[in-house]
Ligand binder design. Structure first.
Ligand code: ADP
Ligand code: MG
Ligand code: MG
Length: 209
C-alpha cells in the first residue's frame, strides 16, 4: 500500500483513538510507577475528544485531520502531555500542507515536523526518558527509508518507536514528574514513550489491515 485516502485517514485516526482509550488502565499503571498516575486518564480523555472531533468537524484534507487532532489533545488533556502530544500532531499536520492523501513522503515529512515541534515545545533530548526517546528513533528510521510503500514505512516507524520505548527502561528520568524519582525510574518504561508506540503501532495495523 503506497497511500491511504482522506476517509481512510479519518478511519485510521478513529482506530488510533480507540486504541488509546482502550489503553487507559495500562498507561495509568505505567505513570503510577514513575509519575503521578494520570497519563492514562489524560490520553483517554484526549482521544475521546479526538473521536468526537472526527465526527463533528468538516475535515477537508489530511492536514486538517492531523492538525485538529493536535488541537483536540491540547484542549482536552492539559498538563505536560497535552502540550507535547498536541504539538506533535499540529506540527505534523502543518507539514502536510493540504494533502488529499497520506503517502510515504507525506508521512516522513509529518513525522519530522512533529518531532521538531515537540522538541521546540518541551526541550527534551534523547535519554531524558520522555516520549522523544520513542519518537526520535522513529523519525530517524523514517528518514532512512527511500521506498514508496506507506505500509512498509509505517512498520519501520512502529518498530523503531517500540525499540526506543524499551530503551527508556534503562534511563533515569531527567525531565517532568518522574525526575524527582531519579534512580527509582530504572526498569520502568516512560509512559509517554509507550503512548507514542501505541499510536504508531495502531496506524501500522490500520494500514496493513
Ligand atoms: P504529567 O507529567 O503532567 O502528569 P502525563 O502523565 O500525561 O503528564 O504525561 C507524562 C509524559 O509526558 C511523560 O511520560 C513524557 O513522555 C512526556 N513529557 C513530559 N515532559 C516532556 C517534555 N518536556 N518533552 C517531551 N515529553 C515530555
Ligand atoms: Mg502524569
Ligand atoms: Mg499530571
Amino acid at each position: 500500500i503506497d497511500s491511504i485516502s482522506l476517509s481512510q485517514v479519518k478511519d485510521a485516526f478513529h482506530f488510533i483513538a480507540n486504541r488509546m482509550v482502550d489503553s487507559k488502565d495500562m498507561l495509568t499503571q505505567a505513570d503510577q510507577a514513575i509519575g503521578d498516575g494520570d497519563h492514562g486518564i489524560g490520553m483517554a480523555r484526549g482521544f475521546e475528544a479526538v473521536n468526537n472531533m472526527l465526527e463533528a468537524k468538516t475535515l477537508n484534507n489530511v492536514e486538517d485531520v492531523f492538525f485538529n487532532t493536535g488541537t483536540s489533545l491540547l484542549a482536552s488533556i492539559g498538563g505536560a502531555s497535552g502540550a507535547i502530544f498536541g504539538s506533535f500532531f499540529m506540527g505534523a499536520g502543518k507539514a502536510l500542507q493540504g494533502a488529499e492523501i497520506l503517502n510515504a513522503a507525506g508521512y516522513q515529512k509529518a513525522l519530522e515536523a512533529g518531532l521538531a515541534m515537540v522538541k521546540k515545545r518541551g526541550n527534551a533530548s534523547i535519554g531524558d526518558k520522555t516520549m522523544v526517546d520513542a519518537l526520535e528513533p522513529a523519525v530517524d528510521a523514517a528518514n532512512q527509508y527511500s521506498g514508496s510503500s506507506l505500509e512498509e514505512l509505517a512498520g519501520l516507524v512502529a518498530a523503531a518507536s517500540h525499540e526506543g520505548m524499551e530503551k527508556t527502561k534503562t534511563f533515569t528520568a531527567k525531565i517532568g514528574k518522574a525526575k524527582t524519582l531519579g534512580e527509582r525510574t530504572l526498569g520502568h518504561a516512560d509512559p509517554g514513550a509507550i503512548s507514542i508506540t501505541l499510536i504508531f503501532e495502531a496506524l501500522k495495523e490500520y494500514i496493513s489491515s
